[in-house]
Design a protein around this ligand. Structure first.
Ligand SMILES: [Zn+2]
Length: 230
């Protein structure tokens, strides 16, 4: 997953469905249970001076996310987690929250913040056409070099990730926004996601492969990270 989650932008490109993420039998049973019994309605509460949307769910750990252009906080917390522990989580993440908000504001001034809401059909079509044209050149090249081929490439307008790869099905999803950015950033995501067909995480082997395929991948990634999606 590539999300502005608890992990912030630690792995903005990461979108592989890890084997460990598969629901256990217990989780699957919970998921199939009537929602009303397990998940409570969202509440907006004040925590540590922030307005926070609090979701109580049958989960083991609490997660803090920053949502939307205004940096609104959303917390998913286990059903019985005491409020004091939730407040402590917010308190621990205060620097990160402030950094994100400051970064968002400066990106907004620099025009690097990209609103993925309300795209017109024309805008989507234009981005799709750019990506189609790029992929027609990039895919044959990179599938040959990397030695893996996705079964399908799909486009989707996303506010939380640039791409994803479902290893089981071999399907790669690309954020339509890439069609509005430089081509070498589309290439970065293509190479990143195809590489996941060999390696699922972002560990040593993954980084070594990226380094071999695209020696300037880190620089490209930093440039991509300057664009804040919402
Ligand atoms: Zn990844």
């Amino acid at each position: 997953m590539f999300g502005w989650g608890e992990a912030g932008k630690r792995h903005p490109l990461n979108s592989v469905h890890q084997p460990g993420e598969r629901p256990s039998r217990e989780q699957a049973a919970r998921r199939n249970a009537p929602r009303s019994r397990s998940t409570r309605p969202a509440q907006v509460v004040e925590i540590e001076g922030y307005s926070v949307t609090l979701l109580r769910k049958p989960i083991r750990n609490a997660y803090l996310r920053i949502k939307g252009p205004d940096g609104h906080l959303e917390i998913s917390a286990p059903l019985k987690m005491p409020s004091a522990e939730i407040a402590a989580l917010v308190s621990r993440r205060r620097a990160w929250i402030e950094m994100w908000r400051a970064r968002y504001n400066s990106n907004l001034l620099e025009g690097k913040s990209i609103d993925t809401r309300h795209w017109s059909e024309e805008r989507k079509k234009a981005a799709r056409e750019v990506l189609d044209e790029r992929l027609a050149r990039l895919l044959p090249h990179w599938t040959l070099i990397i030695g893996k081929r996705p079964t399908a490439i799909r486009y989707r307008l996303m506010s939380s990730r640039w791409g994803s790869c479902t290893v089981n099905t071999g399907i790669i999803r690309l954020n339509l926004v890439l069609g509005e950015l430089d081509e070498d950033l589309t290439e970065l995501i293509i190479v990143h996601e195809i590489t996941h067909l060999w390696v699922s995480g972002h560990g040593k082997e993954f980084r070594e492969r990226m380094q071999a395929y695209l020696p300037d991948w880190q620089e490209r990634r930093h440039r991509l990270d300057e664009h804040q999606l919402f």
